[in-house]
Design a protein around this ligand. Structure first.
Ligand SMILES: Nc1ccn([C@@H]2O[C@H](COP(=O)(O)OP(=O)(O)OP(=O)(O)O)[C@@H](O)[C@H]2O)c(=O)n1
Ligand SMILES: C[C@](O)(CO)[C@H](O)COP(=O)(O)O
Length: 224
């Protein structure tokens, strides 16, 4: 079965701040996005890789590719104004019509190869595979009047990427109008009335979001 991965990196990284968007920041001397492309290429050597970037960054990316002698084949696609729109652009760019597609945040470079492989296997069986991890902390639900209530954490999961799907189904799901609850791809898929399948993610697969994440990312890279 044909496989593709869409690595979305069309954001501005406003929570990270700084003059360079977070997806290009170096970890262990190499831009975050190159680590992410590498892990997908290692996990699935035959995969079609689609990298979604802000159109204004195409030149910067080309310079980084040359500077780092980066040789993993990938297609570049222009992002949109939201993650939803960036994914939609990536889905249009997949070169085949029948197969599987993993959608992954470009800024999650520490996803395990085994999680990527498991996600394709589960999506082939059941249509979708969403990587999730359990919570380590207790959680409380806040109310609008300033109270809070205990919640049973065994019924909750933190949602990561990859989120992997049968291509025809996720393309159809993304034909819908964008809604505020579409914080990831699972919510778009579910909006069709389809149930998602969950698979175990890996806890170190953090979404690099704020400056303190960079120190942890350097630590994780040093352990690889
Ligand atoms: N218009 C957008 C917005 C986000 N993303 C991507 O979606 C992933 C998860 O988004 P997030 O971590 O929120 O990234 P940013 O939107 O860049 O961060 P911020 O919200 O701090 O600006 C990132 O890889 C980001 O580049 C995207 O492809 N297109
Ligand atoms: C897709 C995601 O990474 C799953 O946890 C997350 O929902 C992205 O959220 P963001 O607000 O775009 O950072």
């Amino acid at each position: 079965m044909k496989k593709a991965a869409i690595l979305v990196a069309g954001g501005k990284g406003t929570r990270m701040g700084g003059p360079v968007s977070k997806q290009y920041l170096p970890i262990a001397g190499k831009p975050i996005l190159m680590h992410t492309l590498e892990v997908f290429s290692k996990a699935e050597p035959e995969i079609e890789l689609i990298l979604v970037l802000p159109e204004m960054d195409f030149g910067l990316w080309q310079e980084l590719v040359e500077k780092h002698h980066f040789s993993i084949a990938h297609h570049i696609v222009a992002g949109g104004n939201s993650r939803f729109q960036s994914v939609k652009n990536g889905l249009k760019a997949v070169s085949f019509n029948s197969g599987l597609v993993a959608i992954h945040d470009g800024v999650r470079p520490f996803v395990k190869e085994s999680v990527i492989q498991d996600s394709f296997q589960e999506a082939a069986r059941n249509g979708s595979a969403i990587a999730v991890v359990s919570l380590k902390d207790s959680i409380r639900k806040l109310t609008d009047n300033g109270k809070s209530f205990y919640q049973e954490r065994q019924y909750f999961r933190l949602v990561q990427t990859p989120q992997t799907f049968q291509l025809e189904k996720i393309r159809k799901a993304f034909e819908t109008t964008e809604l505020p609850q579409f914080t990831d791809d699972a919510t778009v898929y579910e909006h069709q009335g389809w149930q998602v399948s969950l698979i175990p993610g890996n806890p170190e697969n953090i979404k690099i979001t704020t400056p303190e994440d960079m120190d942890y990312a350097e630590f994780l890279a040093s352990k690889k």
